[in-house]
Design a protein around this ligand. Structure first.
Ligand code: B12
Length: 214
């Protein structure tokens, strides 16, 4: 196996090797280097894309999915504090959440980690977030952007409902809305009046970074 902790991280995730994965995470954490932590998060994201493909191609089943999801979450939890320490000063607050009815959170968490490492304060509302809770957080935290994640087609309608509610409460003008997740597209974003759709966390972070410079 490769000595590179980041490669090891990916292969341990894909081999469902929890001990190996946590050791590799520890090796990265011990470096105390935000860039190394960022590389490690990238490696985990790549690993998760492969997990998704294996699942879609019928090579893996729900058990492996749930387990790799838990492993990735635990690893991210240890790497996140390092990412945050790289941001010199806050570029503003970004509220994120997965829409009502949808419990997928890996992609949202990765976006949150990237955005935090780019210097944004992240308020993560979690999963299955109700329309009124997004609106309440927008009022309370006055974010520069609100990010919604949605992976289930049946839940996509909630994205538009949140945007309508923001408008109804006079909160829409003060923030940008960015959306992502497998159930959404660029076209969908236009239809519901979101400011942007991001196919991945890196693009999403680039978009909000550009907004913060406007
Ligand atoms: C892992 C997974 C699970 C895990 C979730 C673990 C977790 N904690 O999130 C478990 C096993 C729990 C699960 C459950 C279910 N799942 Co599921 N799941 C997946 C799978 C394989 C991968 C998703 C994932 O995490 N990918 C890795 C991450 C990193 O990628 P990502 O989410 O796309 O995020 C990236 C971008 O989209 C973007 N992004 C995402 N969100 C956001 C938000 C913002 C603001 C921005 C800027 C960017 C951004 O950035 C991320 C990183 O680059 C997908 C298949 C797929 N292709 O997506 C199915 C999939 C989403 N699941 C599906 C289904 C049907 C279910 C279940 C209903 C299954 C069941 N019968 O119980 C349940 C739903 C439970 C619920 N109420 O939510 C379907 C949805 C079908 C549809 N069109 O609606 C899919 C597409 C599988 C399939 N092909 O059928 N699932």
């Amino acid at each position: 196996m490769s000595d590179d902790p980041r490669e090891k991280l990916k292969s341990c995730l894909l081999n469902l090797d929890k001990n190996g994965l946590l050791q590799a995470v520890q090796a990265v954490v011990a470096e105390a280097n935000p860039e190394a932590a960022q590389d490690a998060v990238d490696a985990l994201a790549e690993g998760l894309q492969i997990v998704g493909r294996r699942f879609q191609e019928g090579e893996w089943f729900l058990g492996e999915l749930v387990y790799t999801g838990e492993l990735a979450k635990e690893a991210m939890g240890q790497l996140s504090p390092l990412l945050k320490s790289s941001g010199a000063e806050s570029k503003g607050t970004v509220v994120i959440g997965t829409v009502a009815g949808d419990l997928h959170d890996l992609g949202k968490n990765i976006f949150g980690n990237y955005a935090a490492s780019a210097g944004f304060e992240i308020v993560d509302l979690g999963v299955g977030v109700a329309v009124e809770d997004f609106a309440r957080a927008a009022r309370e935290h006055q974010p520069v952007a609100l990010g919604m994640s949605c992976l289930l087609t049946v839940c996509a309608g909630s994205v538009g409902k949140v945007i309508e509610e923001l408008s109804r409460q006079g909160l829409r003008e003060a923030l940008k809305v960015i959306i992502g997740g497998a159930a959404l597209t660029e076209e969908f974003a236009k239809d519901v009046g979101a400011d942007a759709f991001a196919p991945d966390a890196v693009t999403g972070t680039d978009i909000i970074r550009a907004w913060s410079c406007e």
